[in-house]
Every structure is written in C-alpha cells, then in structure tokens.
Design a protein around this ligand. Structure first.
Ligand code: HAS
Length: 544
C-alpha cells in the first residue's frame, strides 16, 4: 500500500520542480493545487511510507533475530489502524481539504479527518511496538545473560524514541488542533503547537534514519564481503540516538522570537551532540567496508573502494546502501551548517533546506527503504525479482539525480530562493515584475535532478510491480544477510542495558524542554483563528 501511494508522492515531487523552475505558471495542474500537491508529496513520502516501512521492518527484525513471533492480534490491530488512518488522511488531502503541508502548522487549518487520520496512523504503530516489547521481555527471561542482537536493540531504541516523541504530537493533534478544527475552540496557541510539533519533528528524522542504520551495521558488512568492525560502536551509536534524538527540536525554531537565547544555545549544543553517533557510524562502516575491500584483494590506501560489489545484481542491496551512505556524507555536512545558529539565519526557510533533507531522508533513508522493500517482497512472497538490471541501476541514477537536484536547491537557497513557494507564478516567470533571472539556472538544475530521480523511481516501480504480479517460484521465507563481528570485543553491560540510557534520556529532555515550554507560555501572543492556504483572512467556520 505505501509503495502504491508512493507513485503519487513521486509524481508530486516532479510537479514541484516543474512549477518552481517556471516551466508552468499555474496555481494548479490536473485540478490539484500547488500546496495540495506539496502536502501529498511530503505526507506520503516522509510520513506514510517511512512509518509503514519502520513497522514492517521492525516486525521482520524482531521475528528473525529473536526467533519468536509477537502477538498476531496486536499486529493486525496495528495494521488496520494504520491503514484506516492513512486512508482518512489521504481522502482529506486528495479532496483539497488538508493543504497544510507535512508540518501542519497552525493557523493553517485542515479538515478534522486529516488530524484524526494522522493520529490513527501513529497510534497503530504503537500497537506493533507494545507487542515487540512483550516479546523482547520474554526473550530476555528465556536467554539470561545473552547480548540483545544489534538489529533488535536498534528497533527497540528507534520505537522508544518514536513513542516518546509522538506523545507530544498526539497531544498537539488531539488536544489543540482537533477541537480547533471542529470549531469547539475558536483560537489556537500557535507557538505551543509548533513547539510540540518540533519536539516530535526532529526525533522523527532519526526514526526515519535508524532502520537504515540497522542495515548498515548488521547487513552491509556481510553483503560487502567483510565483517562488522565493531559491535560495541554500533550499540553506543544507537544508545546515543536514544538520549539525543528528542531534545534538539528547537533547532528548527532558531528564527522564532518565542524562545530565549539560553534555550536555543542549549539545544544547539545538543544538536552537535546528535551528530556524534553518525560520525561513529561513518568511521565504523568505512572500516568495515575497507576490511571487505582488502579481503577482495584491494591494495593501497583507497584501493578498497574500487573492489566493492557495486554492480552485483544478486547482491543489489549493496548498491542501495552504499549510494545512501555517499549521499549522507553531504546530507550530514549540510545538517551541521543548519545547526550553527549564525549560518542557520542565512539558510532557514530557503531552498537550502530541501537541499539538505533530500540528501538525508531521500538519501540513505529512501534508498534503504526501496532496497529492503523489494528484497522482503521477494523473500516473503517466494517470487523472483523481475528486471534485476533495473533494480541495480536505480540507486545510482537516484544518487546522481539527488546530487544534481540538491546542488540546484542549495545554490538557489544561498541566493535567497524561498522554499515552499510556487516560484513559477512570479520569480521564475519572465512576464512578472518580480522576475529573478539569477534564480533561473539554479531552479533549472533542480529540474534536471528531479527528472533523473523520477526516471529512477519509475524503473523501480516497474520492477517492483512486475514482481508483485509474477508467479511464486520458491518457498517464502524470512532471511537477512547478517554480518559477523571482526573482533571479539569486551562485553560492556552498559551497552546491553536500556535502563540507564532511558533515565538519561528523560533527564536531558526535561533540561532541554522545560525552559522551552516556559518560554512558550511567557511569550505566546493571543490565540489564532483558523486560516486556509490561499486566503489571508481567517476561515469562516460555517463555510469550511
Ligand atoms: Fe536535518 C532540518 C540539522 C540529520 C532531515 N533535517 C531538516 C529537515 C529535515 C531534516 C526533513 O540544526 C527540514 C524540516 C522542515 O521541513 O523544516 N540534521 C541536522 C543535523 C543532522 C541532521 C545536525 N536531518 C538529518 C537526518 C534527516 C534530516 C538524518 C532525515 C533522515 N536539520 C538540521 C537543522 C535543521 C534541519 C538544524 C533545521 C533548519 C531550519 O532552519 O529549518 C545530523 O544528524 C547529521 C549527522 C550526519 C553526519 C554524516 C555521517 C556520514 C555517514 C556516511 C559515511 C559514508 C561511508 C561510505 C561510510 C555527521 C554516516 C564510504 C564509502 C565510500 C565508497 C565513499
């Protein structure tokens, strides 16, 4: 279902570059308005696809590595809640009554169905998590003293972060947005709603990322032909994500006057901190790949890079994971630019930002999702993958597309191009008095990248759906390539015990967010009535 919806998500991505490069000067295409399309693009790609994938991959890792099956009833409840929620939100977006983008900032208002749908999607994912926790606790009782498998540790860390951060957005949706959208409350506290959203919003990006990290640590070294350089490093990185993913949300709000300097400074420092587990990962995975390359006969300092199985059709996961890692070098570096308060004031709300996040969420995250989806589809349905040549070309085409696309966006961003704006109506329309000729080359570059990305996605869909509709040719089974560890490391109990990390997590969140909450109450202005995307005056509730 999410891969089918992704067809619309990708189409609206293509439409973005077409609108913005000034190829068309319209507010809508095929009766879908610019902001409606952008909402569909963001919600389908960044929220629906990622959440469904994380839950499906989580089920698979728990079952495979613990050799125990969590409650089927809970899994079914989870699946149906997520499906019903997605259908409600999709109906709201397709009918044009929820053009509020994936951040759904008030005072933009959507129909209550959109908020309810989003809440059900999230609550559904909790059910899956609760079942895994029960299974994991049973496994611990049956296996005293045995180290938690790294993939399971990653899944539990990821969903703990998800559960904690979604509590804030559930409060925002159920207590603030829903009653205001229905008309029970007349106004909303905008700074409070935005703060709650970003409490969730940055942890969300690591919720997207960690399934890919699980693959980098537990599978990539094996499929590269080597071993994992350090299991302890992987555990440490995952636990650091547990404590640092949530208390950094204010770095999305550096430009907002509602937070005092101290609040921003503290969360800025923590943001540098949350880059550390990714640096650990960069080192550990590069070392694992170097070992694999040398085992394949590589010589010299960088010779290992040439010896890796880039084009092996029967080992296509390697291509997806390595292309994601390469993109993440640039995605990570631009993230650190964003985290720097002074530089943030130059790039905030410009095209730089989608440049950054397409090299992260549309980089390692998206490629890991695509690769693993078709891998699991084949294994679990017993069907051979069709058009394997396409499957192995897709990540390289996508990598080239994203590099070109993001370069165009970041170049434009540094010249002041705003994000989330239909530039074709004004700035990239030579007929308009606001025309900016200097923004034409950058938006054209983004267009070229966007077209290459679309071609890559079409090749993927071709192969994916050809496989879905093909005949079963072997017995379905669940199987993951699992890397051995290079060194037998000293076992550290702190790296196999959730409790101390959970306590630190709670303390750091309190230190970071109590001042943020106090600032919000201290400086919030009067509440806001609801607004519609295309209208600068408040919505008349009776006409909505
Ligand atoms: Fe970000 C905004 C800071 C990571 C996603 N980010 C966003 C938004 C999204 C997003 C979607 O501080 C926009 C939200 C919106 O709509 O407004 N981000 C960071 C920092 C990191 C970071 C410090 N972001 C991510 C990840 C994302 C993501 C991951 C999605 C999955 N981001 C920000 C800030 C903002 C922001 C501000 C707000 C800006 C504003 O003003 O609005 C760090 O976690 C990054 C650390 C990463 C690294 C890279 C490590 C490299 C690795 C690859 C190694 C390669 C190998 C291959 C081994 C340090 C692991 C070698 C082999 C060969 C053959 C070459």
């Amino acid at each position: 279902m999410p891969v089918t919806l992704l067809i619309f998500g990708i189409y609206h991505g293509l439409m973005q570059v077409i609108y913005r490069s000034g190829i068309i000067h319209e507010t809508a295409m095929a009766k879908i308005d610019y902001y409606q399309g952008l909402t569909l693009h963001g919600v389908i790609n960044a929220v629906v696809l990622t959440t469904f994938f994380a839950v499906a991959f989580g089920h698979a890792t728990i079952i495979y590595y613990l050799k125990k099956e969590p409650s089927k009833l809970m899994a079914r409840i989870s699946m149906w809640l997520m499906i019903i929620g997605t259908l409600m939100a999709a109906a709201a977006m397709f009918s044009g009554r929820a053009s509020v983008l994936y951040t759904f900032y008030p005072p933009l208002r959507a129909t209550p169905f959109f908020y309810l749908g989003a809440a059900l999607l999230i609550i559904g994912s909790w059910f899956a998590f609760f079942a895994w926790v029960k299974t994991y606790r049973e496994w611990m009782k049956e296996n005293p003293g045995v180290k938690t498998p790294l993939a399971v540790l990653g899944t539990i860390v990821n969903f703990t972060v998800w559960f904690v951060c979604t509590l804030a957005v559930a409060y925002e949706v159920l207590v603030l947005l829903l009653p205001w959208s229905i008309g029970f409350t007349k106004t909303i506290n905008v700074p409070l709603a935005r703060m709650l959203f970003w409490f969730f919003g940055h942890a969300l990006v690591y919720f997207w990322l960690l399934p890919a990290y699980i693959m980098f640590y537990t599978m990539l070294p094996k499929i590269a032909g080597g071993k994992l350089y350090s299991d302890n490093a992987g555990r440490l990185a995952l636990f650091l994500f547990l404590i640092l993913s949530v208390p950094v949300g204010v770095h999305h709000q550096f430009s907002e006057p509602v937070f005092e300097r101290g609040t921003k400074l503290f969360q800025s420092i923590l943001t540098y901190g949350v880059a550390i587990p990714s640096f650990i990962t960069a080192f550990t995975i590069a070392a694992s790949l170097e070992y694999a390359g040398r085992k394949r006969g590589a010589k010299g300092l960088f010779g290992w890079m040439k010896k890796l199985p880039y084009w092996d059709k029967n080992n296509f996961l390697f291509a997806y994971l390595i292309c994601g890692l390469i993109l993440f070098i640039f995605g990570g570096a631009t993230g650190i630019v964003n985290a720097s308060y002074a530089l943030n004031s130059i790039v905030h709300n410009t095209d730089w930002m989608p440049g950054h996040f397409h090299m992260t969420v549309a980089g390692p995250v998206f490629l890991a999702i695509l690769g693993m989806s078709i891998y699991l589809l084949s294994k679990l349905s017993g069907k051979e993958i069709k058009y394997k040549n396409f499957v192995v070309i897709v990540p390289y085409l996508w990598l080239i597309g994203v590099l070109i696309f993001s370069s165009g966006l970041m170049w434009g961003g540094l010249m002041g191009e705003p994000r989330r704006t239909n530039l074709g109506m004004t700035y990239t329309n030579p007929e308009n008095s606001l025309f900016r000729p200097d923004w034409v080359p950058s938006t054209m570059l983004a267009l070229v990248g966007g077209i290459i990305m679309t071609v890559a996605a079409m090749l993927f869909f071709w192969s994916f759906f050809a496989t879905v509709f093909s005949k079963k040719s072997f017995e379905p089974h669940l199987d993951f390539p699992t890397a051995e560890v290079l060194h037998e490391e000293r076992e550290l109990s702190i790296l196999n015990n959730f409790k101390p990390w959970l306590v630190i997590m709670i303390i750091v969140i309190i230190i970071a967010y109590v001042p943020a909450l106090m600032d919000t109450f201290k400086y919030s202005g009067p509440g806001a009535p609801p607004y519609d995307t295309n209208n600068p005056t408040p919505v008349n509730l009776n006409n909505f």
